[in-house]
Structures are given as C-alpha cells and as structure tokens.
Design a protein around this ligand. Structure first.
Ligand code: SF4
Ligand code: SF4
Length: 361
C-alpha cells in the first residue's frame, strides 16, 4: 500500500499546458541515467564506453574542429566545474584559515512587507553572478532523484520550500560549430559558469540566515523545475526551450527555505510549433529525436523516466553518437529556430577560430 507522499507523487497533474504526468510517473533514479549506467550496467549497450575513448584516433586526422587544440579547449572549459566540487556543497563553505573572520549569519526577516523586494534582489544577484534567466517556483519533491549517479539515496534537508531556477546562456559561436569538439567549449564553460554561480548565490542566501542547496545536473531534474519557474517550455528535442535562447542554455538551481515569490509557467505556443517544425529531429544524425505528430507517454526506460507526456528522445543513441564523435553534440540545440533568433545555425570551426582570433586583436 503506497503511503500518502507516494500517492501524491503519482497523482496526475499538469504544470503547464504541455507538461502532464500520468500514474506511471515516479521520481527518477539518477543511477539509471546514461552517465550512471555506463559505469555499472553490464547489460547496457554503452557499458564502459566513455566520451573521450576515441579522441586520440579522431584528432590524428587533423580535421578542423577535431584537432588537438579543439579538444584541449573543450577539456579546459570544464576546469572550474570539475575541480571546484565545493560549489555543490550542501553546507556553508569553509573559508581558508588566513582570511578575515566573517560574522555569523543572522536571519534576515522576510514577511509580506518586503518579500517582493527580497525576491527582486535574489533575481538581480543571480544575474550579477552570471545568470541569463531566473525564475522561482515551489519546491516539488517529485523532481528530486531517489538516488544519485553512484547509487547513494538522496535525502534533502527538511524545510525546503522554494527553488531558484537559473538558465545560463552558452557561447553562441562555439555551439554553432556542433557537432565538432569546438562546440564542447560552450558546454564545458556553461558547466563551469554554473558551478561559480550556484556556489555564490548559495553563499549569499546562507549569509542571510537561510538554507541553500546549490545544484547542477545532480540532486533533481532541472528541466521540469525550470518549466514550473517559467523559464520556458519542453521541446520536441527533450530540452527546455526558452523564448530568448532556445535550448542554448545550461540549467542549474538552488533549493532554499528563504521566503520568495513564485513565477508562473509560461506558454508561448511551443508545443504547437514543435508539432509542425521537426527541425531538431531532421538534424539529428542518429535519429534520436521523435518525428511523431503528437507528444505521448512513450519512453525508453531505464535511462529515462516514464509517465511524462512529451516527445521522448532516445538518450542511449544520443550518447553513442557522443562517444563516436569524441565529445558532446548540440545539433538539436543549434537547429532550433528559437536558438537562431540570437545565434547562427552553423559556423564552420575554422570560422569560429578566425572570429575568436580577430576578437582578441
Ligand atoms: S545531442 Fe546530437 S545526437 Fe543527441 S539528440 Fe541532439 S542532435 Fe541527436
Ligand atoms: S527545432 Fe523545432 S521541433 Fe525541435 S524543439 Fe525547436 S521548435 Fe521544437
């Protein structure tokens, strides 16, 4: 017999006109996503296939966008994300011993009289730290992973009430070279920016005496949180599509008990647009994106969760392409008309370098 919270998690509900769950839905276990399964699932088609395995062979051909320098740029762009792991600490960060002592936080009073002002400050401060879009929504336990990538159960602290959802624009020139290794720079830098941003925003919130849990791709699904917070809608490409940048954003979030006002989900007609468009599905080199006329509850478990009305992508095929490509692909991002409002559909890797070298002169 499911308990009350399990029943609540399974109930059918809708958070925006194009995002509906049915009774098959249950919170996702990150241990089963592509990056979890490559480590432990011997039955999995991508078991122990790693994204950079083929790089030495690929770069030996010296093809523009697939040269040593392109790969080195992509790898270097991850540095802050990969080495500053404290960015995602659930606790206040410890200062090194040789800096001045900071006074202990005293909780900043927030009530009806100033909640609007505090909410504006939080959004402005997220932007000061590098956010492109910010929205706030109620904490919803249905999006929290049951286990992390290595199989450790996730138990968030009690009392979290809100989530600050953040989108960070990725470099338009680099990503337009997809699927080359050069575009990996846009991804890696997005992740590094995300680490610095959520760590700094979390410290700001803690300094005002509230809990803050910074999160990248870990801990909870970022896309439904971003949808609930009004940053965009779910596209045929399986990603958040924003009006401003399409899917050319990295998503992150900060969970908190700080009282804040909420944003509403938005509907700019994306579902209807995606019914007719299909450019991402046509552009995908491995047919990982659905051409179905209508979104459905079709899914490809266990790498992804069930019970969500959407166009589902075949994540296993997508990752296989990344391995063959020697790095990530973003072609379903660059081919989207919502991306092309602010970026080119395609930029040859040589042109990317010409442009960047000119920029620096
Ligand atoms: S990232 Fe590339 S391979 Fe994966 S779904 Fe998008 S276009 Fe297809
Ligand atoms: S490319 Fe077209 S079908 Fe794909 S997500 Fe963008 S708007 Fe939707």
């Amino acid at each position: 017999m499911p308990n009350k919270s399990q029943q609540q998690k399974k109930q059918k509900f809708s958070v925006s006109p194009d995002f509906t769950l049915n009774e098959e839905f249950e919170p996702f276990n990150e241990h089963y996503n592509v990056f979890g399964r490559i480590m432990w699932d011997k039955e999995y088609m991508n078991y122990h296939k790693f994204m950079y395995d083929k790089v030495p062979l690929i770069i030996s051909d010296g093809i523009p966008g697939y040269r040593e320098i392109d790969h080195a740029l992509a790898i270097a762009s991850w540095t802050v994300h990969d080495y500053f792991r404290s960015a995602f600490s659930w606790e206040k960060l410890n200062k090194p011993a040789n800096v001045m002592k900071i006074p202990e936080p005293k909780q900043y009073p927030i009530d009806e009289s100033n909640i609007q002002e505090v909410t504006q400050y939080v959004k402005a401060i997220a932007k000061l730290f590098g956010a492109s879009l910010v929205g706030i929504t109620a904490f919803d336990p249905r999006w929290v992973y049951t286990e992390d990538r290595v199989g450790t159960p996730i138990e968030l602290p009690e009392g979290l009430t809100n989530v600050i959802a953040i989108a960070i624009e990725m470099d338009a020139d680099a990503i337009s070279t997809s699927p080359s290794m050069t575009q990996g720079f846009a991804n890696g830098l997005g992740y590094s920016n995300m680490a610095a941003l959520v760590a700094s925003l979390a410290e700001f919130i803690r300094k005002l005496g509230y809990q803050a849990i910074p999160s990248g791709n870990d801990t909870a699904l970022s896309i439904p949180i971003a949808i609930q917070a009004g940053l965009g809608q779910l596209g045929r490409n399986g990603l958040l599509v924003t009006r401003q940048f399409g899917s050319r954003v990295r998503l992150c979030k900060v969970f908190t008990d700080m009282p804040l006002l909420h944003d509403e989900p938005v509907d700019f007609g994306l579902t209807d647009y995606c019914r007719r468009c299909k450019r991402c599905a046509e552009a995908c080199e491995v047919d990982a994106i659905s051409f179905d006329e209508e979104p459905s509850f079709k899914s490809y478990p266990p790498s992804q969760n069930k019970g969500i009305l959407r166009w589902t992508i075949k994540a296993d095929l997508c990752y296989q392409f990344w391995v063959d490509n020697g790095g990530e692909c973003s072609t379903c991002i660059t081919s989207c008309p919502f991306n092309m409002r602010t970026a080119q559909r395609y930029l040859e890797p040589e042109k990317f370098w010409e442009k960047k070298l000119e920029d620096k002169e």
